[in-house]
Design a binder for this molecule. Structure first.
Ligand code: NAD
Length: 300
């Protein structure tokens, strides 16, 4: 018996890295999995079906059910195709993990138009293209009086929560994914669908320059193993997490932080407009709760 017996899951970008481990974990908990991946380079070029095929074969070899989907989720049609394939193959869609991503890191003054457009398209449109078509399906089920079991799990990043120099395109997309998560959580709560986001840290080709040298602990626990991330996906997809929605989690190793979102750190009020000079004079009061007007690089 698994936590997700009989459920139907889609993981985008599941050919390697974090998505691969998420697909394997969902299958090990009993879900039937659509393994989506175009097999692109880190920069989003080229295509190779093999990684997704290998993940699907591994799931089947372990006694699970899986199919491959090679659609580009950054296109509206690709987003629809992957949802349709899950319904046509397994009869339903219950868990949508939006994970696919690329990087084109450059300082803003060196960034090209295509660096901006391509990263925004894969991450931000790539999250909505799948989610919108899943939402249409779940709403039509709810309207027909059928039970809906729906989970959307999005992939943000600490770069989106705090900003990160060299990632204007990526951090903008990842912050947008938080807004999308909050909004769709509100919209879909009425039909019983939860929408949450994770901001992971794991060693993959995307981060090998940052985490590559980080070693296991003395106990042999590898904090940067992408397998650690997948467990939070299992938690959020489970029936017992039906009351968890609109949340953003930072996760790596054995550490999980539920993030509080935006909150007031200082305020000024009066029954008349502020002139700029008056507002400048009240600056200390406005920023009372923080040490400066600059957002922190990281919360740790
Ligand atoms: N690794 C980290 O520490 C880290 C940190 C923060 C956020 N993330 C996010 O986690 C997610 C997974 O990252 P990863 O480190 O496993 O990267 P990865 O490069 O190992 O895997 C990403 C996968 O997405 C696929 N992909 C890219 N464009 C696609 C498209 N248009 N359609 C379908 N598939 C596509 C790629 O082929 C690749 O297999 C990404 O959204 C990334 O931004 C990762």
């Amino acid at each position: 018996m698994g936590l997700l017996d009989g459920k139907v899951a889609i993981v985008t970008g599941a050919g390697q890295g974090i998505g691969r481990e998420e697909a394997l974990l969902l299958a090990s908990e009993g879900a039937k999995v659509v393994v989506n991946d175009i097999g692109a380079s880190l920069q989003g070029e080229g295509g190779d079906k093999k990684p997704a095929q290998e993940v699907a074969e591994l799931i089947i070899a372990n006694g699970g059910e899986a199919v491959v989907n090679g659609d580009d989720i950054s296109s509206w049609e690709g987003g629809k195709n992957v949802i349709d394939q899950a319904i046509d193959t397994f009869g339903d869609i219950n868990i949508l993990v939006n994970n696919a991503g690329i990087l084109r890191d450059k300082m803003s003054f060196n960034m090209t138009e295509s660096d901006w457009d391509d990263v925004i398209k894969v991450h931000l449109k790539g999250h909505f293209a799948t989610s919108q078509h899943a939402a249409v399906y779940w709403r039509s089920k709810a309207k027909a009086g059928e039970d809906v079991y729906g989970r959307i799990i999005n992939t943000s990043s600490e770069a989106g929560l705090f900003g990160n120099a060299g990632q204007a395109n990526y951090s903008t997309a990842k912050a947008g994914i938080v807004g999308l998560t909050w909004t769709m959580a509100r919209e879909l709560s009425r039909i019983g669908v939860t929408v949450n986001a994770i901001a992971p840290r794991a060693r993959t080709r995307m981060t090998e320059n940052v985490f590559g040298e980080m070693a296991k602990t003395d106990e042999g626990f590898d904090k940067f193993d992408p397998k650690n991330i997948a467990n939070l996906i299992g938690f959020l997809a489970a029936p017992e997490a039906s009351d968890v929605s609109g949340q953003v989690f930072v996760v790596f190793g054995g550490d999980v932080w539920a993030m509080g979102g935006f909150h007031v750190v200082g305020e000024i009020h009066r029954d008349a407009p502020w002139t700029p000079a008056e507002m400048l004079a009240a600056k200390g009061e406005l920023f009372k709760g923080i040490s400066s007007g600059v957002p922190p690089f990281s919360f740790m």
